[in-house]
Design a protein around this ligand. Structure first.
Ligand SMILES: Cc1cc2nc3c(=O)[nH]c(=O)nc-3n(C[C@H](O)[C@H](O)[C@H](O)COP(=O)(O)O)c2cc1C
Length: 356
C-alpha cells in the first residue's frame, strides 16, 4: 500500500512508521513488538551505560530479528553556572522536604553526549538504525557508523537544521514540529523553533534530497496520510505509543495522558534544562516563573530525579515529567502490534477517502 518505498527500503521495514525512541518510557518489549508488527521499533538509550545498552539491545534481539533503532543524545556539554545551580537547589528544597528526601543533590551531569564508550558498544551490536536527538556527534563517529552499514537519522526543527544534517551525512531527517511530546530536538538556534509539523514538513522536504520523516502531533491514520501528502516518506510517533501495553510509564503518567485533550500540554525546561512538552502539573506550574533561570540540560535532571521518583512512588502526578504531545486526545489503549495494525488500516482508509 505504500507507494513511496524510500523509507521502507532504507530501514528494512514493511510500514514507514517509526515508534519514537522515548528514553525512560520505551522498553525493549515495545520496540520488539513494533518491529515484529512491521514498523521500526526504537529504544531511547540516552541515559544508559554501555553495559545497560548491551543488555537492553540483547533483550530486544531475543524477541525480534527485524530492524531496530537505537537512539542517543548529541547535545553540547552544559556550561557551569554556580548561581543558577544554587537558585535551582533553593527552589526545589521545599519540594524535597515534602517528600522527606533530605538535601537537594549538587547539580551535576547525569547523562553525557554520545561518546567513545557507548560508540564501541554500538559498533559491536550493529543495529540497523541509529538515530540522534539534538544534532549529531563528531564526524568521526558518523563516518564509522556509516562505514559499518548503519543507517543514521537525526532530528531537524528548521530547514536550516535539515540542510546541516544532510551535509553531515544523515540518511533521513526527522522533521519534528512544535506539537511533539518530549524534548524538542533543536540544536542550531539556541532558542529553538516553534514551527508546527504542518508548516515544517513541506519546507524541509523542499530543503533536502534525503527522505523526510514527519514527527509531532501524529496519532492516527489521518495524521499519517496528511504527513505523506506533505511529502514525508514516513512518520515517527511517540505519544500514541505511550498508552500501549508495552510502554514503560508510571500509572499516574498513563492516567494523565488518558485524561488530556492536549490543550493542557506545554514545553518546560524545569525537568531537564531543555524544553520538552508535557501535561502541566503542579511542578510545572510552580516553576513557570523560573523557566529562563535554570541550569543547562542535562544538569537539571540531577535535582529533579529524586523528586520524580518519589512522586511516581507515591502514585502522584505532581512532580513526574508527564511528557505528551498535543495530539494526546487521540490516544488509545492497545497492544503495540494492535496500534501499528490500526494505524496502517486507518491510513489506507484516509488515502482511499482522498482518492475519492
Ligand atoms: C515520553 C517521550 C520521550 C521522548 N524521548 C526521546 C528520546 O529519548 N529521543 C528522541 O530522539 N526523541 C524523544 N522524544 C521525541 C520523539 O522522538 C518524537 O519527536 C515525538 O514523540 C513526536 O511527537 P508525538 O509525541 O506527538 O508523536 C520523546 C517523546 C516522548 C513523548
Amino acid at each position: 500500500m505504500w507507494r513511496d518505498r524510500r523509507l521502507c527500503d532504507l530501514l528494512g521495514v514493511t510500514h514507514p512508521i517509526i515508534q519514537a525512541p522515548m528514553a525512560g518510557s520505551d522498553t525493549a518489549a515495545l520496540a520488539a513488538a513494533v518491529a515484529n508488527a512491521g514498523g521500526l521499533g526504537s529504544i531511547g538509550c540516552a541515559m544508559m551505560s554501555p553495559e545497560r545498552f548491551r543488555a537492553v539491545y540483547a533483550e530486544a534481539r531475543a524477541v525480534t530479528n527485524r530492524a531496530l533503532n537505537m537512539n542517543f543524545f548529541a547535545h553540547r556539554a552544559p556550561g557551569d553556572d554556580e548561581q543558577k545551580a544554587a537558585r535551582a537547589r533553593a527552589l526545589l528544597a521545599p519540594f524535597f522536604m515534602e517528600f522527606d528526601l533530605g538535601e537537594v543533590p549538587e547539580v551535576a551531569e547525569t547523562n553525557f553526549p554520545f561518546g567513545e564508550a557507548v560508540f564501541e558498544a554500538v559498533l559491536e551490536a550493529r543495529p540497523r538504525v541509529v538515530s540522534f536527538h539534538f544534532g549529531l556527534p563528531g564526524a568521526r563517529f558518523v563516518a564509522a557508523l556509516k562505514q559499518a552499514g548503519t543507517v543514521i537519522l537525526s532530528t531537524a526543527t528548521t530547514p536550516a537544521e535539515a540542510r546541516d544534517l544532510e551535509a553531515r551525512g544523515v540518511d533521513a531527517i526527522i522533521a519534528q514540529g512544535w506539537e511533539a511530546g518530549g524534548h524538542h530536538g533543536y540544536y542550531l538556534d539556541p532558542k529553538g523553533s516553534q514551527t508546527g509539523t504542518m508548516a515544517l514538513v513541506p519546507q524541509i522536504v523542499d530543503a533536502v534530497g534525503v527522505p523526510v520523516i514527519a514527527a509531532g502531533g501524529i496519532a492516527d491514520g489521518r495524521g499519517i496520510a496528511a504527513a505523506l501528502a506533505l511529502g514525508a516518506a514516513g512518520v515517527q510517533i511517540g505519544t500514541a505509543f505511550l498508552t500501549t501495553a508495552e510502554a514503560g510509564i508510571s500509572a499516574p503518567h498513563r492516567a494523565a495522558l488518558l485524561a488530556s485533550d492536549g490543550s493542557d500540554t506545554r514545553p518546560t525546561r524545569a525537568f531537564s534544562g531543555r524544553p520538552a512538552r508535557g501535561v502541566v502539573n503542579r511542578y510545572m506550574a510552580a516553576m513557570a516563573a523560573h523557566e529562563d533561570d535554570l541550569p543547562d540540560f542535562p544538569l537539571m535532571n540531577t535535582v529533579t530525579g529524586p523528586l520524580r521518583k518519589a512522586s511516581a512512588g507515591a502514585g502522584s502526578p505532581d512532580f513526574i515529567a508527564l511528557w505528551s504531545g498535543q495530539a494526546v486526545g487521540l490516544n488509545r489503549e492497545a497492544t503495540a502490534a494492535e496500534l501499528v495494525e490500526t494505524l496502517v488500516d486507518e491510513t489506507r482508509a484516509a488515502m482511499a477517502r482522498l482518492a475519492g
